[in-house]
Design a protein around this ligand. Structure first.
Ligand code: IVH
Length: 671
């Protein structure tokens, strides 16, 4: 933020603020990479509005206060919106909101709905046919992104009547779709909003079709008679009748009940499967709306209500490093503890050196911390600079090996496979609940055994018995807890390839990649070895949906690596399984020869894998992506791009109720 000009220099401050606001608008709308919170942004806008009101002689039609932020991109054709596409004025607390309700009418009806954090879109229908999908752009002019948006299969291409109207909504991604997708792309997207906004601006609609985009709609602008539509409630009913997807929980209630109801939304907020950045409150009656009118920026009949911003300020006390199981060095800021979204934050990631440089972060800096994707705390912004910007050491802090960059990655790696810190993290990961689930061997216990030299590498876990009496002699290790550990070690031998492969810490080979390999017939280490010796290994792997080029290279590298080969053969000798178990089969096999994929959500199958388990149990094959080999697609509400692709390829589409009928006909019971 620029430093404030002297109050006696309002003109310069106005110019400065306009420049700063335009810069943040570009960062938000064009780059999808905001650097300040909405609240900070609003403070700048409010300061500018106040000055412009006080000094009308400096008013200017091109001031950002007279416009909506622009997201225009040069590569798209432009579309002049038929009505101004307005934004919303924010309120941050109940007092501000109550004042507005008071002024607008506390006895009137309002709608209260989720404010979805995605990308705003307008769907233009002419004579009942979808003709143009346009971004908000400047609010006056938008980008035509029709082909990209049409990949969202839940958008009706035609209406039941030849209406001329535009439907406004928000394109977004659920947290789980985002995580799954981001995992495939090596975690390079910051959050679902950025990914959704970036996706509709892709050049190639086929690429967009691969992305799990969804939409909720919330408004209609009529270009011919609005017959019989007098309220927001009527608008929502019309949208529902035309089968547009609507956000859940929207309610209509009188003004003086709003504040109480907001509390129940607040309680639910963190459990929502899609990102919400607040609530929207709108007058229900369209006549009352017309009476109130709008400013050039936002309607007077609606307000956004923002929940507490998930950003807090604290100070960096120290910077240390996590050396992951793959050797990746991640700098972490140890901060003065703060509570954020229900947990105490003491560490926040600084990602890598590029990120540190961009922020200008270092010890002593005051920083804003966020919880990205609501999970990993990260340093977002420096609010008070450190004496010096932090520079990562040249050598690994654990083993002094020179750190190196791998390929074109922004991260540094410790390339020493025997780096103690890296080994320790490999062991912790191997024993963890989601992996080999060795109960009783948590971080603390592993660290002790590691320091004693009893467990230096994964195979040592399976010969640990020889130290039983030494372990029993340690403080805090009684007969009972030691038995739990040894039983769990034995039991881990029952885990199949689905667990053993991703547990041994091979770069790029996690649970998801393993599952995909198994689905595609590579269900054992031996099969992967045979593949790696074939001339077409690279092509064969690349042809698999969900396996990217980086994974192909990494996997083929592991399959030729002497130490990895030795590790696996030692583990096999120790009794671990490096082939996948047959999934439980039943006598009823109606799905034999069929290849099923799934999209959307289901009432009777939560998680939806429960439906897929029934298919594999009864003879079918489960696949993660729709291809020419897929025979059936099980689809539910919120179905993504897979549905569209399946339609194109002529895949048999099966709804939840059709699936239930099928199961019943075959005598297959759920659960
Ligand atoms: S109504 C003129 N309703 O929030 C009123 N907007 O910060 C127009 N948004 O540009 C907006 N959920 O992209 C409305 N339920 C909702 C919304 C919503 C998300 C977005 C929309 C708007 C932005 C304003």
């Amino acid at each position: 933020m620029p430093k404030k000009s002297k109050p006696e220099d309002p003109k310069n401050r106005i110019i400065e603020l306009r420049k700063e606001i335009n810069r943040h608008n570009d960062l938000y709308y064009k780059d999808n990479a905001p650097v300040i919170s909405d609240k900070e942004f609003d403070l700048l806008v409010k300061e500018l509005q106040k000055l412009e009101k006080e000094f009308p002689e400096f008013s200017d039609v091109s001031s950002p206060t007279a416009q909506v932020g622009s997201d225009l991109s040069p590569q798209f054709s432009k579309f002049k919106h038929k009505v101004p596409v307005l934004s919303l004025e924010n309120t941050y607390n109940e007092v501000e909101l109550s004042e507005w309700i008071e002024k607008t009418g506390s006895e009137e009806e309002y709608s209260l709905e989720w404010k979805i954090d995605g990308a705003s879109i307008l769907l233009y229908y002419e004579n009942g046919t979808l003709v143009n999908c346009v971004t908000r752009g400047t609010g006056g002019i938008g980008d035509i992104v029709t082909e990209n948006v049409k990949t969202i299969s839940t958008i009706p291409k035609t209406l039941s009547e030849p209406l001329n109207l535009s439907v406004r909504g928000e394109i977004f991604m659920t947290f789980s779709d985002f995580e799954e997708f981001n995992e495939e792309y090596g975690g390079k997207f910051a959050n679902p909003r950025n990914l959704a906004a970036g996706s509709i601006k892709q050049k190639d609609p086929l690429e967009v079709a691969k992305r799990p985009l969804r939409i909720f709609v919330y408004d209609v602008y009529f270009f011919s008679s609005r017959k019989g539509i007098n309220s927001h409630k009527d608008i929502l009913s019309l949208l529902k009748k035309e089968k547009f997807p609507l956000a859940p929980d929207t309610t209509i209630l009188v003004g003086n009940k709003l504040v109480k109801e907001i509390e129940s939304f607040r309680k639910k907020k963190d459990k929502m499967p899609f990102p919400v950045d607040g609530l929207v409150i709108k007058l229900n009656s369209l006549n009352l709306r017309e009476n109130l009118g709008e400013t050039s920026h936002s309607p007077r009949w609606a307000r956004a209500f923002k929940f507490d911003a998930l950003l807090k300020e604290t100070t960096i006390e120290e910077i240390d490093f996590a050396i992951g199981r793959t050797g990746k060095v991640t700098p972490r800021a140890k901060v003065t503890p703060i509570s954020l979204a229900g947990t105490t934050v003491t560490y926040a990631t600084l990602h890598n050196q590029d990120y540190i440089n961009q922020l200008g972060a270092g010890i002593g800096a005051k920083v804003l911390i966020s919880k990205r994707g609501e999970i990993i705390p990260a340093v977002e912004k420096v609010t008070f600079p450190p004496k010096t910007v932090f520079v990562l050491p040249k050598e690994c802090p654990s083993c002094n090996t020179k750190l190196a960059k791998v390929d074109d990655s922004v991260d540094f790696f410790c390339t020493n496979r025997h780096c103690p810190e890296r080994k320790l993290n490999q062991l912790i990961f191997f024993c963890s609940k989601k992996q080999m689930n060795i109960e009783g061997l948590g971080e603390r216990q592993i660290q002790i055994f590691f320091e004693k030299g009893w467990v230096k590498d994964i195979p040592d876990l399976y010969t640990l018995e020889k130290y039983r009496s030494d372990i029993l002699a340690l403080d805090g290790f009684g007969e009972k807890s030691v038995k739990i550990i040894f039983d769990a070690i034995q039991k881990s031998k029952e885990k199949d390839f689905r667990f053993t492969l991703p547990s041994i810490g091979l770069n790029e080979v996690g649970p998801k990649v393993t599952e995909i390999l198994i689905e595609n017939g590579y269900d054992s280490w031996d099969k992967l070895l045979t593949l790696s010796k074939s001339k077409t290994a690279s092509e064969d792997l690349s042809a698999i949906h969900g396996i990217g080029p980086r994974t192909v290279d990494a996997l083929l590298g592991h399959l030729k690596d002497k130490e990895t080969l030795k590790l696996v053969s030692t583990l096999v000798k120790l009794g671990l399984k490096f082939q996948a178990d047959e999934t439980e089969k039943s006598d009823i096999q109606p799905f034999v020869g069929q290849s099923w994929c799934v999209t959307g959500s289901f009432e009777n199958f939560q998680p939806r894998d429960l439906a897929m388990d029934l298919i594999t149990k009864h003879g079918g094959k489960k696949v993660t992506g729709v291809s020419s080999k897929t025979t059936h697609l099980l689809y539910g509400p919120g179905a993504g791009s897979k549905l569209e692709k399946a339609k194109e390829l002529g895949v048999t589409l099966v709804s939840e109720s059709e699936f239930l009928d099928l199961l019943q006909k075959e005598g297959i019971r759920i659960g």
